[in-house]
Design a protein around this ligand. Structure first.
Ligand SMILES: Nc1ncnc2c1ncn2[C@@H]1O[C@H](COP(=O)(O)OP(=O)(O)OP(=O)(O)O)[C@@H](O)[C@H]1O
Length: 469
């Protein structure tokens, strides 16, 4: 222990066992801890001084932790307050954030999660391992990007605004939509999902808005559409970028007016459903190309949550893999597998064109197909090779690096000098080729040139030009 005064945490909860357990953890983390069992005690103590951190329950016999939070934050805006509660109802969660809670944890929580939040609240560096976030159930991730997503979900869930969730296929867009719903005041209402790309245009309209019996050939009886099914809940429209223009127009009108008719119907139906849309496409580009309505985009894109591809948040991979393997074992009623460190490293090097969904499928295959308990990198090579062979669209391993190239281009597009991008990209591409070739030949330029199909002189000349700018 160094000579610095230890920081003081106040822990407020009417549950004695929680005070004991969490108090111990806080002390283990080097904090001084003062415990309180009700609001009145805290209010009295505030006359004497202020701690460095306040961790409070919500429902207590003599009062409400959210009111306490509001009061403390008004008087001491710099004091971080962590709220914890078994009540994950949205008014409580939303109230906590509205009154400036540093974070909100649902009880029961994992002590490691709580301590990670405590460290962040105190401005300490977060340790690299084991900091899953408990307040967005089902969503795993410790990367800064995902923590940002969890925070956005926490804040946006309470607001009655449309949300546009963007990200490549399999990055968890639907999961985020579900989290937004389950943390919202609409949680008790239905969550209805519709993949607008999966249906032919003619069916999409009746699927969304329903139809009356006899409204078209084959419409034998009345059909209730997804909008109506969602009622006052949430309607999740996946792959919105693929929606035909005519349907976009219809959807826009419904969103603007909050009412619609079933196909062939005369009864005006009101809708209060919150719409969350998702896409893996660049909707701004689609607007520019005239295939997506700008006014619809504006209406859907009030706030945006972007999910980065898995290869851009590799630090999430170990915990995600662990979580998905455990889930696969439960689903298949099989013994859980263990990843050896070389297997984890292999996973972290891989490009994951199918993102978390691909990792999830791999974990299922590992669990079902591999003998023994321990999983090694070589086992993964086998399975990932067969993955590459069946990878959709652009085919196999090539998809991985061209996706990276596309991302690179997207990032550079705005900030680069017009007319320079092609040359800069080619230069970077060549450099990567040379680096890899020299790496593989352990620096032997003759063999590197041979493999690349260049003369040694050409390679040397090009390297010389690149290395001495
Ligand atoms: N952060 C995460 N933690 C745990 N599981 C995840 C996470 N992200 C995605 N998954 C899992 O990966 C699978 C794919 O996620 P999801 O369906 O939400 O992706 P998506 O982006 O909506 O995909 P698509 O664009 O293809 O519709 C799901 O089974 C989901 O449970």
């Amino acid at each position: 222990m160094n000579g610095e005064p230890r920081r003081l945490a106040w822990l407020v909860d009417d549950d004695a066992s929680l005070r004991l357990v969490l108090g111990d953890s806080l002390r283990d983390a080097g904090l001084r801890v003062q415990v309180f069992q009700d609001v009145a005690e805290v209010v009295a103590a505030l006359d004497e001084g202020v701690p460095d951190l306040l961790v409070t329950d919500v429902r207590m016999p003599d009062g409400d932790g959210i009111e306490l939070l509001a009061r403390v934050r008004a008087a001491h805006p710099e004091l971080p307050v962590i709220v914890m509660s078994a009540f994950t109802d949205v008014p409580t969660t939303a109230g906590a954030f509205r009154h400036g809670a540093f974070d909100y944890l649902a009880k029961p929580f994992d002590l490691d999660d709580m301590m990670a939040v405590v460290r962040r609240a105190l401005g300490d560096i977060e340790p690299p391992a084991r900091t899953a976030v408990a307040h967005t159930p089902g969503l795993v991730g410790d990367s800064p990007a995902m923590l940002e997503v969890f925070r956005a979900v926490g804040r946006l869930a309470q607001l009655n605004l449309p949300v546009l969730v963007t990200g490549e296929t399999g990055t968890g867009k639907e999961l985020v939509a579900r989290a937004l719903h389950s943390h919202s005041p609409r949680a008790a209402q239905p969550f209805v999902a519709l993949n607008t790309a999966a249906l032919p245009a003619e069916l999409l309209e009746s699927e969304l808005f329903g139809h009356e019996a006899g409204s078209f050939t084959g419409a034998a009886r009345r059909h209730i559409g997804r909008f109506e099914e969602a009622a006052d809940g949430t309607l999740f429209l996946d792959e919105i970028g693929d929606m035909p223009l005519a349907m976009q127009t219809r959807l826009l009108r419904v969103l603007a007016e909050g009412e619609f008719y079933r196909v062939g119907g005369r009864e005006l139906i009101r809708t209060q459903a919150r719409v969350i849309a998702a896409t893996h496409q660049d909707l701004d580009a689609k607007v520019a190309a005239g295939t997506f309505r700008a006014d619809l985009l504006h209406r859907l894109d009030v706030v945006r949550i972007h999910l980065p591809p898995l290869r851009d948040r590799r630090e999430d991979i170990p915990r995600l893999a662990e979580y998905l393997l455990a889930r696969a074992a439960r689903e298949l009623s099989m013994l859980g597998k263990r990843l050896t460190p070389d297997a984890v490293a292999r996973m972290q090097r891989y490009g994951w064109p199918g993102n978390v969904r691909q990792l999830e499928n791999l974990c299922r295959r590992i669990t079902a197909l591999l003998p023994g308990r321990d999983v090694h990198a070589a086992d993964l090579d086998e399975l990932l090779r067969s993955d590459a062979a069946v990878a959709p669209q652009r085919g196999g391993a090539a998809q991985d690096w061209t996706d990276g190239l596309r991302d690179w281009l997207r990032n550079r597009w705005r900030d680069s000098e017009p007319g320079t991008l092609h040359a800069v990209a080619l230069e970077a591409f060549e450099q990567a080729l040379f680096d890899a070739a020299l790496d593989l030949t352990e620096g032997n330029r003759v063999r590197a040139a041979e493999h690349l199909g260049l003369s040694r002189n050409t390679l040397t000349r090009k390297l010389g030009r690149k290395r001495s700018p």
